[in-house]
Design a protein around this ligand. Structure first.
Ligand SMILES: CC(C)(COP(=O)(O)OP(=O)(O)OC[C@H]1O[C@@H](n2cnc3c(N)ncnc32)[C@H](O)[C@@H]1OP(=O)(O)O)[C@@H](O)C(=O)NCCC(=O)NCCS
Length: 212
């Protein structure tokens, strides 16, 4: 079986209608330890510093480190949604550069964001190994998820059924990636299903949009 990002989408993500309206200009976010700003193409060199490492690629699909900065640039461009949001807008994105709030150089050390809208929105993240285990990605995911739920929605037509499903945000993780599994569980994501993909067990997590 293929183990590229599209194969992961095909295998694990369920379909969900798009109700979110993504603004053309996304606000910056300040958390306790971090500064999150919209990811830019100019951040490729900083992201390449860890996307070119095998110990990072081991947890992604495909498990091949980026070979050059152009590949990281393409990966950043790929964060632009390829399907319209609920307002019909195309070309929007919701991915943030992660910066330590105490770093005077404001160096980008990671990225967290929504990978796509179809078949359903999923969250993805990664941070340079020098910063693993400091709670940064848990903190960044909490902030990005909160901002995602706060975006406007085009509400679905009222339906007669009582059991209308609440909107969800998904994440697909290698079951052996203990740190990533913990990041999701600490943020309230729950396991939906498991699937085999090229020798890995992929766990699908979901988080429901809080009731308004
Ligand atoms: C997985 C990853 C995003 C975690 O980021 P992080 O900032 O180190 O995570 P946090 O510090 O918020 O850790 C969350 C929890 O996981 C634990 N943890 C983190 N890395 C771990 C590891 N390698 N093994 C075991 N536990 C780990 C932390 O101790 C913490 O647990 P606690 O709250 O009980 O103390 C980071 O290791 C990474 O970028 N890896 C490479 C890319 C990747 O895997 N992306 C995700 C693909 S789904």
């Amino acid at each position: 079986m293929k183990s590229d990002p599209q194969a992961v989408k095909d295998v694990v993500y369920p379909c969900q209608d798009t109700h979110v309206i993504v603004p053309a200009s996304v606000d910056r976010i300040r958390t306790k330890n971090l500064y999150l700003r919209p990811l830019e193409i100019g951040d490729a060199a900083a992201l390449y510093e860890f996307r070119s490492r095998q110990d990072v690629a081991d947890w992604l699909w495909p498990k091949v480190p980026h070979q050059n900065i152009q590949e990281t640039e393409a990966n950043i461009l790929n964060k632009t949604f390829k399907t319209p949001d609920a307002s019909g807008a195309l070309g929007r994105q919701f991915t943030f550069a992660v910066i330590s709030a105490t770093d005077p150089t404001q160096k980008v050390i990671g990225a967290v964001g929504i990978n796509g809208l179809v078949p359903s929105p999923s969250i993805g993240y990664g941070i340079h190994p020098d910063f693993w285990g400091k709670g940064y990605v848990s903190e960044a995911v909490a902030a990005v998820v909160d901002a995602w739920w706060k975006l406007s929605r085009e509400e679905p037509e009222p339906r007669m059924e009582l059991n209308v499903e609440r909107e969800k945000l998904f994440a697909a993780v290698n079951k052996a990636n203990v740190g990533s599994v913990k990041v999701l569980q600490k943020n309230g994501f729950e396991i939906v299903s498991e699937a085999s993909l090229g020798g890995d067990t992929v766990v699908l997590f979901a988080l429901e949009r809080p009731a308004r």
